[in-house]
Design a protein around this ligand. Structure first.
Ligand SMILES: Cc1ncc(COP(=O)(O)O)c(C=O)c1O
Length: 400
């Protein structure tokens, strides 16, 4: 299997891509269209993780005392290389939520400082910053509305930049948004905000695998991500990137040895190596997820999954007659189709799609409207999307 091989296949040809389905353990009774929330790992990643777990269980002392730290550093090195960062700028954490909590607990905020977030941010991230501002005695974070619909990247940058005030210390922005699946122009946003002297924390769990990352060139202040979404690493794997200018302020949430005695932590990231005894196999298996993706070829992966997302978008749009928020362009959306639905109760529709059609797909309430967010991975086929459209057609007609 080489990247050239998969790149040569027509991304619309379901039969050519069918063999990849066998890499996933998904249940036969489920059409899984929610990789964006919880992205299961393919078989080679499970096997790799199981190998690490076996090493741990077979000789815990040898594993923790001798093998663990060098293995953690090797895994981090592979990830750093893949996302264009220096190893010392990265620490493994369990998920993007953990990473954002570290940033919020460490970022120096005074009572008159202001934090901005866009109106497309993940709800838990908003809560994290509400608490951080409350603790600092600062005003609640300000929510900046982005243009609706999206037309140009300049308009997005301007929408944020026009809201800066002398008090703005930090902007928190998603690389790819959760409720709306939009790829935001983070390169332009960071350049503009850094020039204005404002720090940027990027919430990026959807980005690894969906888009290329080159964090040193991006030059954001913080980048928070999960590897258990599109990269399909084991659940419980994520990372925090901290630019060198902020590393001295970072506080580890769990203070432990940092490194195993007699070694002492040398920098901020070392504090994250040893945070108490735990199963680190999700982190150590991250390189196997990178290898799996690269064995398909990341471009081939993106072409195939975008072709599926585009197909879903076209079919749902012709069913509802409602226009999506972004232009039909891979610069604005990748593996997730996001389509408006007629008004109605989101939870009931999502439940009925599962109980009556065996389809797991999130129905999202955002900005006063109802949407469906359709995740497409290598195990999905057009037939899955046809079933979704049939289900939506039937259930919407029933007033759901
Ligand atoms: C944009 C965004 N940020 C943060 C998160 C939280 O990710 P995790 O649950 O992996 O910490 C999600 C999860 O869907 C998300 O979509």
């Amino acid at each position: 299997m080489t990247s050239t091989t998969w790149l040569e296949y027509d991304p619309e040809d379901d039969i050519a891509w069918r063999p990849l389905r066998a890499f996933w353990r998904l249940r036969a009774d489920t059409i899984y269209l929610n990789h964006g929330s919880f992205g299961p790992a393919p078989e080679p990643v499970h096997l790799n993780q199981a190998r690490w777990k076996h090493e741990l269980d077979a000789q815990p002392m040898d594993f923790f005392v001798r093998a663990y730290e060098p293995s953690w550093l090797t895994a981090r090195g592979a990830l750093a290389n893949w996302i264009g960062a220096q190893p010392d700028e990265l620490a493994f954490v369990e998920n993007a939520t953990a990473a954002m909590n570290v940033v919020a607990d460490s970022f120096p905020l005074d009572a008159d400082d202001e934090v901005l977030l866009t109106d497309h941010e993940y709800g838990a991230v908003v809560r994290i910053w509400e608490r951080a501002c409350r603790r600092a005695g600062a005003k609640a974070p300000r929510i900046v509305p982005l243009p609706r619909p999206f037309r140009t990247t300049d308009e997005v940058v301007e929408a944020i930049a026009s809201q800066l005030t002398p008090s703005t210390k930090l902007v928190v922005v998603s690389h790819i948004t959760s409720p709306t699946a939009v790829i935001l122009p983070v390169e332009q946003i960071v350049a503009r905000l850094r020039a204005a002297g404002v720090a940027v924390a990027i919430d990026g769990p959807h980005a690894p695998a969906q888009v290329d990352l080159d964090l040193d060139t991006l030059d954001c202040d913080f980048y928070c991500a999960s590897c258990h979404k599109w990269l399909s690493a084991p659940f419980g794997s994520g990372f925090l990137f901290v630019a060198p200018r902020w590393q001295s302020v970072i506080q580890p949430p769990l203070l432990s040895w940092g490194r195993l005695l007699p070694a002492k932590p040398r920098n901020w990231a070392d504090e994250f190596i040893w945070s108490g005894t735990r199963d680190p196999s999700p982190y150590l298996a991250v390189p196997s997820a990178i290898e799996f993706l690269e064995s398909i070829g990341r471009l081939a992966f993106r072409r195939r999954t975008h072709a599926l997302a585009r197909y879903a978008r076209q079919r749902i749009t012709s069913l509802t007659g409602l226009e999506p928020l972004v232009p039909d362009d891979p610069a604005w959306y990748g593996t997730m189709a996001h389509c408006p639905l007629p008004p109605g109760p989101p939870d009931e529709l999502q439940r009925a799609l599962w109980t009556e059609c065996g389809i797991e797909v999130p129905i999202v309430h955002w900005g006063g409207d109802r949407f469906v967010r359709v995740s497409c991975h290598l195990y999905n086929h057009r037939a899955d999307l046809d079933r979704l459209v049939e289900g939506l057609d039937r259930l919407l007609a029933r007033g759901l």
